[in-house]
Write a protein that binds this ligand. Structure first.
Ligand code: 13P
Ligand code: SF4
Length: 316
């Protein structure tokens, strides 16, 4: 068995030899974040996937993210260390489900959260991420009827923020949705000087007791600017690596999962290991493969999202 150090050395060597780029999400294990050429939230990673000229993209995240990278860059080889790294939101709604839902709600514009399969994207008019959802929805005509899929928590938060009445698909992120307001309130009582930051995939009760709500990247920005020294972090534990790295003088209190005292981990995100990353680079598999027609259909709403995000000044 290879040691952690030798795995890291081999990954770096193979990456250079093959001119590959490693894109990593903030929820990856610390060692993978350390080796990534680019770390970001879903929006930043989609943009980086569109920009890169590397012939091989190793996507350290979950399947829908690697699929998005392939859709935006079909000429490149896109690898995912564990092809079974799924997402409860992506699994909650199939392309067929969304097609039926659309038939039940004629005349609605379909906005889908990026945490969905290519088949769902292909049925959508516009994709959003937690980093741009509010601004994109605000940019749509006020009287536009909208379906929002698949995250009902993000959807109801955006309804609240924008005053819309979007029809919501009944899906949740099982990682964030398990958090309960009582647990957060208890932590607040024990740490009265700490501010609560939360991801909008949390349920409404948790969001109601949070001081700041935003995507992983937005939370990082908020913490860096805040004069506060202590934070209760209501999101997946992987983010703590970047929070601690960027703010060594600040303290972070991780929330724990339901009925456990362990950290809030996304089991899908944590399926990627150093060993799998090494084998994936060495053997150039598992590779994301999609048919042309699906790529073309799913690409339209993603490119629309990126173009609108640039026009609105959310990304450069
Ligand atoms: P971000 O868009 O904030 O990166 O979130 C992705 C995700 O899967 C959150 O659970
Ligand atoms: Fe999906 Fe939730 Fe995991 Fe994000 S944290 S990948 S939304 S299951």
């Amino acid at each position: 068995m290879m040691t952690t150090d030798s795995l890291k050395k081999e990954i770096i060597r193979l990456k250079h030899e093959k001119h590959a780029v490693i894109l990593g999400h903030y929820y990856q294990i610390d060692d993978i974040q350390e080796l990534s050429d680019y770390i970001g939230d879903s929006l930043a990673l989609a943009q980086e996937a569109q920009r890169t000229e590397a012939p091989i993209i190793v996507f350290c995240g979950v399947h829908f993210m690697a699929e998005t990278a392939k859709i935006l860059n079909p000429e490149r080889k896109v690898l995912l260390p564990d092809v079974a790294a799924s997402c409860s939101l992506a699994e909650s709604c199939t392309g067929e489900d969304l097609r039926r839902f659309k038939q039940q709600h004629p005349g609605h514009y379909v906005v889908s959260y990026v945490n969905c399969s290519a088949a769902v994207k292909a049925e959508s008019d516009l994709i959003c991420t937690s980093g741009n959802a509010e601004q994109l929805i605000n940019a749509l005509p006020k009287d536009q009827k909208i379906i929002f899929a698949p995250d009902k928590n993000l959807g109801s938060y955006i309804n609240y923020k924008t005053g819309r009445n979007m029809v919501l698909w009944d899906g949740v992120c099982t990682v964030h949705d398990q958090l309960e307001a009582e647990g957060i309130l208890k932590l607040k009582q024990e740490n009265p000087d700490a501010l609560v930051v939360a991801h909008p995939e949390c349920n409404a009760a948790v969001l109601a007791v949070s001081d700041f709500i935003g995507s992983t990247k937005a939370m990082l920005g908020y913490i860096e600017k805040s004069p506060c020294k202590r934070f209760i972090v209501s999101t997946e534990s992987g983010i703590l690596y970047e929070m601690r790295k960027n703010n060594p003088e600040k303290e972070f209190i991780a929330v724990s999962g339901k009925d456990t005292c362990s950290c809030l981990d996304c089991s899908y995100m944590k399926m990627n290991t150093l060993e799998k990353l090494y084998r994936c680079l060495r053997d150039e598999t598992p590779e994301i493969e999609m048919d042309r027609d699906m790529i073309e259909k799913a690409k339209l709403p993603i490119v629309r999202m990126l173009d609108m995000s640039k026009q609105l000044g959310i990304i450069k």
